[in-house]
Design a protein around this ligand. Structure first.
Ligand code: KIV
Ligand code: NA
Length: 270
C-alpha cells in the first residue's frame, strides 16, 4: 500500500513524446477508486457542475464544491496524481487571488496540482503560482468557463485565421512553467502544431491522436450523461444498467419479493 508512490506533476511532465498519458475525470470516492487503477492522473474537473449538479455550464461552480470533491477523490486514491480544477472567478482577478485559491485547494485536499483555463492572458498567473510551489496544468483551445463570451461550446481552430492566437496561448502556458496542458476541442492539424510546438505534454480532449495523452469526462464515456460531444467515445452503458437495476428493485418491492429471507434479521438465540 504505502510502497506505491503517488505520481507527481514532474512524472507527468517527463512523459512528453513518450508512452501516452492516460487520464479521466472523477468526482466521487467510489468512481475515483476504480479510475485510480488505470489513470496516470485524475482530474477533479469543474465539469462536475454539469455532470454531478445538473448545471448548464461550469460558471456557477464554487471553490468549496471543488475542495469537497477533491477531498473525496484524494481519500479514495493512492497512485494517480490528483489535479483539481480552479473554478470560474477564483483566479482571474489577480495573481494573488489565484495563489490564495490554489493554496486552499492544495492545503485542504492534499492534491498534487491545480488546473486553470486560459493562455497568454493567464501566463503571469501561472508563473507566479509555479514559482511559489503550485504545480499548474494549463487548458487551451475550448475553455468552457468562457462559454458566455465564446457563444457556446464550439470547436476551436477550424479555420486557420484562429491558429496564431491559439498557438500563442499554448506557447505562453508552456513558457510560464505549466507541467502539462489540456487541449480541448481543436481541429486535428492545430493539435499537431501545438503538440509539436510545446515542450510539455498536451492532454487532448477532442484534439485527436496527436496529443501526448488523452482525457475524457468519466460520466460521458460511461454512458451516464444524455447528450455528449462528438469527441466522446462511450465505452460503457451505465445508464441502461442503472435503469435495469432500479426497475427490477421497484418491481420486487411492489410484488413483495424483496426483501427475501436472506436480507432479514432473526432474533438472537437467548
Ligand atoms: O472539467 C473538466 O472535466 C475538464 C476536462 C474536460 C479537461 O476540464
Ligand atoms: Na474543467
Amino acid at each position: 500500500h504505502s510502497l506505491i508512490k503517488r505520481r507527481t506533476a514532474q512524472d507527468i511532465q517527463a512523459r512528453k513524446s513518450g508512452e501516452p498519458i492516460v487520464s479521466l475525470t472523477a468526482y466521487t470516492a467510489a468512481m475515483a477508486g476504480i479510475v485510480d487503477e488505470v489513470a496516470d492522473f485524475i482530474l477533479v474537473g469543474d465539469s462536475l457542475g454539469m455532470v454531478v449538479y445538473g448545471l448548464d455550464s461550469t460558471v456557477p461552480v464554487t471553490l468549496e464544491m471543488m475542495i469537497l470533491h477533491g477531498q473525496a477523490v484524494m481519500r479514495a486514491t493512492r497512485q494517480a496524481l490528483i489535479v483539481v480544477d480552479m473554478p470560474f472567478g477564483s483566479y482571474e482577478e489577480s495573481r494573488e487571488q489565484a495563489l490564495r485559491s490554489a493554496a486552499r485547494i492544495l492545503k485542504e485536499t492534499g492534491c498534487g496540482a491545480v488546473k486553470l483555463e486560459g493562455g497568454a492572458r493567464m501566463a503571469d498567473t501561472i508563473r507566479f503560482l509555479v514559482e511559489r510551489g503550485v504545480p499548474v496544468m494549463g487548458h487551451v483551445g475550448l475553455t468552457p468557463q468562457a462559454v458566455n463570451t465564446l457563444g457556446g461550446f464550439k470547436a476551436q481552430g477550424r479555420s486557420k485565421v484562429e491558429w496564431p492566437a491559439i498557438l500563442a496561448d499554448a506557447e505562453a502556458v508552456a513558457q510560464a512553467g505549466a507541467f502539462a496542458m489540456v487541449v480541448e476541442a481543436v481541429a486535428e492539424p492545430l493539435a499537431v502544431q501545438i503538440t509539436e510546438g510545446v515542450a510539455i505534454p498536451t492532454i487532448g480532449i477532442g484534439a485527436s491522436m496527436a496529443c501526448d495523452g488523452q482525457i475524457l469526462v468519466l460520466d460521458d464515456m460511461l454512458g451516464l450523461t444524455g447528450r455528449v460531444p462528438k469527441f466522446v467515445k462511450t465505452y460503457g452503458n451505465l445508464a441502461a444498467e442503472v435503469r435495469r437495476a432500479v426497475s427490477t428493485y421497484a418491481e420486487e418491492v411492489k410484488a413483495r419479493r424483496f426483501p427475501g429471507q436472506e436480507h432479514v434479521y432473526a432474533l438472537k438465540a437467548e
